[in-house]
Design a protein around this ligand. Structure first.
Ligand code: ATP
Length: 238
């Protein structure tokens, strides 16, 4: 089966600094694929390029059977690729409900939007309870839930999550990881960028380890979780 997303020899640079140096990977439909690696490895740059926010130097991106190169960011959302960015980027003065509405800005099916907002509240009941509060009053973990919920409001075929566990307590992180599992069970395809390798590999079907702009190791989540070099470099073992 052709994968939902196919990335071939992608190179991305900021001026003279090449941040992504020719990476290739696929995301099969229905799976969770993770990119792990330390700060500066090029993970965020990769997601921002897939979203159309950065232009690659070279490389081919194919999504759902069509090339994405040169397609503007809003059209990429329309085609079914949603991005929950690092640092969440919510509108703090708008309410939770308003932030969710904004995630559906390209849709016109009012009944469907209402149903999907309810689906987000079912996934994260705390958001439903606080729906009329400004999102700036939420805790870090709750804001992460809202960022994920907002990305889901575009009904994506592929959900890209950038560091959803960043800055969260272990309990909140567990909740976010459980939700990613739940979304996968519901059929959502996910590309997950994480610094928390343990959490990401525990739930991913496939993983790729990035180091200074390159993929240096790939395998199933379980395989990488037990790989001695991954355990040493990313899980703090001797
Ligand atoms: P992090 O977890 O810190 O976001 P990352 O793996 O996502 O790390 P990137 O943010 O993609 O890594 O950064 C890759 C490289 O590109 C780094 O060397 C970084 O310093 C550089 N870089 C990122 N953004 C810019 C920018 N706007 N201008 C110049 N260089 C940048």
């Amino acid at each position: 089966m052709t994968p939902l997303l196919e990335v071939e020899d992608l190179r991305v640079a900021y001026g003279k600094i090449e941040a992504v140096k020719g990476i290739s990977f696929t995301v099969p439909a229905g799976q969770v694929v993770t990119l792990i690696g330390t700060n500066g490895a090029g993970k965020t740059t990769t997601l921002r390029t897939l979203s159309g926010l950065l232009t690659p130097r070279t490389g081919k991106i194919t999504f759902d059977g069509h090339p994405l190169n040169g397609v503007p960011a809003h059209k990429i959302v329309e085609r079914g690729l949603a991005h929950s960015p690092e640092g969440r980027r919510l509108f703090p003065r708008l309410t939770i409900a308003e932030n969710l509405q904004l995630g559906a800005f390209l849709r016109k099916d009012t009944a469907g939007i209402t149903r999907d907002i309810q689906r987000v509240y079912d996934l994260f009941p705390i958001l439903g309870e606080r729906r009329r509060q400004p999102s700036g009053t939420l805790s870090g973990g709750e804001q992460q839930m809202l960022a994920m919920g907002r990305a889901l409001m575009s009904r994506p075929k592929l959900l890209m999550l950038d560091e959803p566990s960043m800055g969260l307590s272990p309990i909140m992180m567990q909740k976010i990881m459980d939700t990613i599992r739940e979304l996968r069970t519901q059929g959502t395809t996910i590309l997950l960028v994480e610094q928390n390798a343990q959490a990401a590999l525990s739930l991913a079907d496939e993983g790729h380890v990035m180091e200074t702009g390159r993929i240096v190791l790939s395998g199933t989540g379980a395989h990488l979780l037990h790989d001695a070099s991954v355990r040493k470099a990313y899980l703090g073992e001797d």
